[in-house]
Design a binder for this molecule. Structure first.
Ligand code: C5P
Length: 210
C-alpha cells in the first residue's frame, strides 16, 4: 500500500506525511532528502550543483550508501537540490532507490508514505491514494521563515520568499518529472488550514478509500 503526497516547497507535505505514516503504521520516505543529500555532496566538494558529472557521481555515491553528516535542511541545500534534481540522469539514479523502498517497506510496516514532487506522476503512479498540497508562495515563505527564525534570528523574509519562488520555477519548468499534480490526486489548498485540519481531512479520505 502506497500513499503519495506531492506539492511545492514548504507546502506542509513533510509534517503531514510523517503523521500519516505514524497513524497508519507505514514507513515514511522524504524523497526531497535524497535530492538534498545529492546537492549537499556537490556543494561539499566546492562544485556547481548544475554540473552534470558532479551531480551524477554524488547521486550514485548516495544510493550505494555513502552518507555524510551534512546539514540538509538549509535553503542553500534546498536550492542545490533543485539544481541537481533537474538533471535527468540524477533522477534516474534515485528513481529505483525510491521505488524499491516504496514497494518493499521495512519489516513490520504494511505500506509506505512518500512525499516529494513526482511521487504520484513518476515514482509511484500506481499508488491508490494521492494528495497534492498547495499554498500561496507568500504563505509558504511565512511558514518557512518562522521555522528558520527559531534557529537563526537574523533570517530575512524577503530572501526566503525569493528562494522559494526560484525553486518553484525551477521545479515546475524542468523537462523531466516537473512538479505537477497527478490527474487522480486529491488537491488540498492549505492556505487557510492548519496542520491538524489537513491531517484530519487526509485521514478521513484514506479511511473511506481503503
Ligand atoms: O521537498 P524538499 O524541499 O526537501 O526538496 C528539495 C528539492 O528536491 C526540491 O526543490 C526539488 O527540486 C527536489 N525534489 C524533486 N523530486 C522529489 C523530491 C524533491 O525533484 N520527489
Amino acid at each position: 500500500m502506497i500513499i503519495a503526497i506531492d506539492g511545492p516547497a514548504a507546502s506542509g507535505k513533510g509534517t503531514l506525511a510523517r503523521r500519516v505514516a505514524d497513524a497508519m503504521g507505514y514507513a515514511y520516505l522524504d524523497t526531497g532528502l535524497l535530492y538534498r543529500a545529492t546537492g549537499a555532496k556537490v556543494l561539499a566538494l566546492g562544485l556547481d550543483p548544475s554540473n552534470d558529472d558532479a551531480a551524477i557521481t554524488a547521486a550514485e555515491k548516495l544510493v550505494s550508501g555513502d552518507l555524510d553528516g551534512e546539514e540538509l535542511r538549509s535553503e542553500e541545500v534546498g536550492s542545490a537540490a533543485s539544481k541537481v534534481a533537474a538533471i535527468p540522469k540524477v533522477r534516474a539514479v534515485l528513481l529505483d532507490f525510491q521505488r524499491d523502498l516504496a514497494r518493499t517497506p521495512p519489516a513490520g510496516k504494511r505500506g509506505a508514505v512518500l512525499d516529494g514532487r513526482d511521487i504520484g506522476t513518476v515514482v509511484c503512479p500506481e499508488a491508490p491514494i494521492k494528495f497534492y498540497l498547495t499554498a500561496s508562495v507568500e504563505e509558504r515563505a511565512n511558514r518557512r521563515f518562522k521555522q528558520l527564525q527559531e534557529k537563526n534570528p537574523a533570517a530575512i523574509y524577503e530572501r526566503v520568499l525569493k528562494e522559494l519562488e526560484e525553486r518553484d520555477a525551477r521545479d515546475s519548468a524542468r523537462d523531466v518529472a516537473p512538479l505537477k499534480m497527478a490527474s487522480d490526486a486529491i488537491h488540498i489548498d492549505t492556505d487557510r488550514l492548519n496542520a491538524d485540519a489537513v491531517f484530519n481531512a487526509v485521514m478521513a479520505h484514506i479511511r473511506t478509500h481503503m
